[in-house]
Design a protein around this ligand. Structure first.
Ligand code: SF4
Ligand code: MG
Length: 322
């Protein structure tokens, strides 16, 4: 197969310190045994409420933060075992698109500097002119042109800023892009434009996406498959059409009912979940979803359900299907 990425049993636990001596007294299991794969050209939508560990998963995969354990195989090489120069070279192949691409950038940087910075960092442009050539090429791919080169980020609208952020992520021609809520900060009217642009670029530049969102409707049209996360774990994953038409996990069913997509002849009743997402500092025993589940059974508070294949390519972590 054309396997690009294989994430196996990824864990990211953050130490929690307390007391005068700031001793480590507990661990937050932000990502607690996540596995998924991406074939070349595919898009996996990773969905869940804030705090479920989806951004941490995206960052851990790209080695933007240290990982507790697991494997991240990128073209069969474990990224977690790479260091130094090897890691630096590998980094060209994977990039991130952020919700606010300029949050961490100096507002006095011009578009030329912002988009050209990765080229400079990797020593890929020997002169300003060469750098700007490549910057203009990628700006054109995202629907902008050379007239923006010497302007500042704050001069642009949200949608344009995200185009610039995408250009920055793509200027090195990566093969894998992790997009972390790339449209959450944008007006609804602009969201579809940016998603369509990402879809177009995927075909044109042979990209593979991990597309993170808190809203299932955002990933519906761009994803081949969707994985739903809850409290640091994937609770269901399936092909997008299957997940939307016949969700198995009660949590997925609740998420879908909260954003009913009108389908003729299909009546949808809103499922209201009890309570809020529990603190990851103190997760429930057994199935992490059981305090909120509307189909909870006796064993759910005792036994953790594994993510098991229930139908071909359709996995759910729920005792209802054992
Ligand atoms: Fe609900 Fe039990 Fe399934 Fe968890 S295992 S989702 S509590 S039915
Ligand atoms: Mg996030």
């Amino acid at each position: 197969t054309d396997r690009l990425l294989d994430v196996r049993n990824l864990k990211k636990h953050f130490p929690v310190r307390s007391g005068l001596l700031q001793r480590v007294t507990a661990h937050v299991k932000a990502v607690d045994g996540v596995s998924f794969h991406l074939d070349k050209g595919e898009t996996l939508g990773l969905v869940g409420e804030s705090g479920c560990g989806k951004s941490t998963t995206g960052r851990a995969v790209l080695r933007l933060l240290p990982v507790t354990s697991g494997e991240v195989l990128f073209r069969e090489k474990n990224l977690l075992a790479l260091g130094g120069e090897e890691l630096r070279r590998a980094r060209r192949n994977f990039q991130m698109v952020f919700q606010d691409p300029f949050a961490s950038l100096d507002p006095r940087m011009t578009v030329s500097a912002i988009v050209g910075e990765p080229l400079a960092a990797h020593g890929l442009a020997s002169s300003r002119a060469e750098r700007d050539d490549r910057v203009v090429q990628i700006l054109e791919e995202v629907g902008l042109d050379s007239s923006v080169l010497n302007r500042y980020a704050f001069e642009f609208s949200g949608g344009q800023r995200q185009r610039i952020g995408i250009a920055r992520a793509l200027v090195l021609h990566p093969s894998l892009v992790v997009a972390d809520e790339p449209v959450s900060a944008l007006d609804v009217s602009i969201q579809a434009q940016v998603i369509n642009l990402l879809a177009e670029l995927r075909e044109k530049l042979s990209l593979t996406y991990l597309f993170i969102a808190h809203d299932l409707s955002v990933v519906k049209h761009i994803s081949d498959r969707v994985a739903v996360m809850y409290l640091g774990r994937i609770v269901e994953t399936a092909r997008t059409d299957v997940l939307f038409s016949s969700p198995l996990h009660p949590y997925t069913q609740a998420l879908l009912s909260a954003a009913p997509v009108p389908e003729p002849g299909k009546k949808s009743e809103r499922i209201i979940l009890k309570g809020d997402v529990p603190s990851p500092l103190n997760p429930p025993q057994g199935c992490p979803f059981h305090p909120r589940c509307f189909r909870v059974m006796d064993r759910c508070s005792r036994e953790v359900p594994d993510l098991v294949e229930r139908k071909e390519g359709h996995f759910a972590a729920c005792h209802l299907y054992d």
